[in-house]
Structures are given as structure tokens and as C-alpha cells.
Design a protein around this ligand. Structure first.
Ligand code: XBP
Ligand code: MG
Length: 240
């Protein structure tokens, strides 16, 4: 029996990677006086590393024009990442991001039908605090029983830490919850915590392999995905 829905953020609620974080990183590079630029296609490759700071460090490690020394590199990465998150909040405030189809509807249906909702994301809490009022209004916190971010679960997806913590804070067992994700790393994290996962691939992952998912749909309005569909997916997972 379905008790809770756990939402991923980046790529699932909105196209935050392509239209938010990527642009914000480019603005941060310019602010820091760096001639770097991440194009749409290049950023897709960089997404193999989860977490903005870790992604940036991986990119910097491959550059030959940077002074050696991991301490200096981490300091610079930290400066760029903080700037990136400030620019991300500005982009959100300017209206750069909208909810993907079906997100608002499903969120409302879950609330009406007494299904608890939580967030499990590897993004920084500041990004959630910028995005959620914009998407869900000033009282967004009342929608979620738990909001687990990178600061709470520092081991990034595909590590299951963020899902285990969300389950603990919800007080739920894996058999009573379902997750919605957009990426292979997110799916792997949910599955490693024993959580059934429905996937709505974001633009970067349209061709990825999601065979471990309980279902894959172009977006939440394709189907459409409603509470009854989530219940059916959960039942299929645990009583095939
Ligand atoms: C999201 C991420 C995030 C964002 C940027 O993964 O990897 O790190 O790219 O946010 P998921 P930060 O959707 O699987 O949670 O820069 O704050 O890390
Ligand atoms: Mg995601």
C-alpha cells in the first residue's frame, strides 16, 4: 500500500540541469574571469558525475591549463560553485525554470489523497530553497514531510544514502514508497535503497537505459501518472 512519494529535483521537477545549473556555471566562470563555457551537449557528458562541485572538480582535473595542487584547485572550485548557486537562484527568480508537465497535478493529487511526499536530491539546499517557492509558492514546506539535500546526505547518487535518510525521516519502509527520477544515477540510488522507481527522463537522458525502473514515461502527463498508477506500479514491484 502506497504511503509516500519521493521526488528527485534536478531534471525531474524541471529541466534544471540544461536550463539552470549549466547556464549558472557559465555565468560563474565569467564572474571568476575564466574563459570556460559548457555547451548543451558538453554538459550532458559532464553529468556522469553527480553533484555540481564534484562535476566541476572532475572537469578541472582534466584541464592542463590549471596550476597543479589539489588544495588550490578545491578552493577555486568552491569559489566557482558558490557563485554558480547564486547565479542559479537569480535565474530561477527571473523565471528561467518551469515545472515539467504533470508535476503540479501529481503533487496536488497526492496531497488530496493523503500520500506523504518527500524530496531526495543531491543538489544543495540553497538550490531547493530558491526553486521551490518559485514552483510551489511560499508555503512549499507544508507540502513535504521530508526534504533531504546534499548537506544531509553528502554521498551523492548513485549512492543510496539520500534515499535511506528520506525513508527514515518519512518513517516508511521501502515497500510503501515510490520514487520519481529522471537519470540513471537517480534510479540506481533509489533501487539500491530498495525503493521502486518510476522514471521521467529529462532531456539529457532520453536515450538512457532504465530497465531497473518500474515504469518509464516521457513526462508525468503521458500515461498519465496519477495516484492509482503509482499504486499499481508499487504493487507490480512487490507482488509481481
Ligand atoms: C543533481 C545533481 C546536482 C546539480 C547541481 O542530481 O547532480 O548536483 O547538478 O546542484 P539528482 P549542486 O537530480 O540526481 O539529484 O551544484 O548544488 O550540486
Ligand atoms: Mg535528477
Amino acid at each position: 500500500m502506497l504511503k509516500a512519494l519521493i521526488w528527485d529535483v534536478d531534471g525531474t521537477l524541471a529541466e534544471t540541469e540544461r536550463d539552470g545549473h549549466r547556464l549558472a556555471f557559465n555565468q560563474a566562470f565569467a564572474e571568476c574571469g575564466l574563459p570556460w563555457h559548457w555547451g548543451v551537449a558538453e554538459y550532458g557528458g559532464l553529468l556522469r558525475v553527480a553533484g555540481g562541485f564534484e562535476r566541476l572538480l572532475a572537469y578541472m582535473d582534466e584541464r592542463t591549463d590549471l596550476a597543479a595542487g589539489s588544495d588550490a584547485r578545491r578552493r577555486l572550485a568552491g569559489e566557482i560553485h558558490r557563485s554558480k548557486n547564486r547565479h542559479y537562484a537569480n535565474l530561477v527568480a527571473q523565471g528561467a525554470l518551469v515545472a515539467r508537465p504533470g508535476v503540479m497535478r501529481l503533487l496536488g493529487e497526492c496531497r488530496e489523497q493523503g500520500i506523504a511526499q518527500a524530496v531526495a536530491t543531491t543538489t544543495s539546499r540553497s538550490n531547493v530553497e530558491a526553486l521551490f517557492p518559485h514552483l510551489f509558492g511560499a508555503s512549499w514546506q507544508s507540502l513535504f514531510a521530508a526534504v533531504v539535500c546534499a548537506e544531509d546526505a553528502p554521498r551523492k547518487k548513485p549512492d543510496p544514502q539520500v534515499y535511506r535518510l528520506a525513508l527514515e525521516r518519512l518513517g516508511c519502509t521501502p515497500a510503501t514508497v515510490i520514487a520519481i527520477e529522471d537519470s540513471p544515477a537517480g534510479l540506481a540510488a533509489a533501487r539500491a535503497a530498495g525503493v521502486a522507481c518510476l522514471v521521467t527522463p529529462s532531456s539529457y537522458f532520453a536515450a538512457a537505459n532504465f530497465s531497473a525502473a518500474v515504469g518509464v514515461c516521457r513526462d508525468l502527463d503521458a500515461g498519465p501518472v496519477d495516484v492509482a498508477a503509482l499504486q499499481a506500479s508499487l504493487a507490480r514491484t512487490w507482488d509481481p
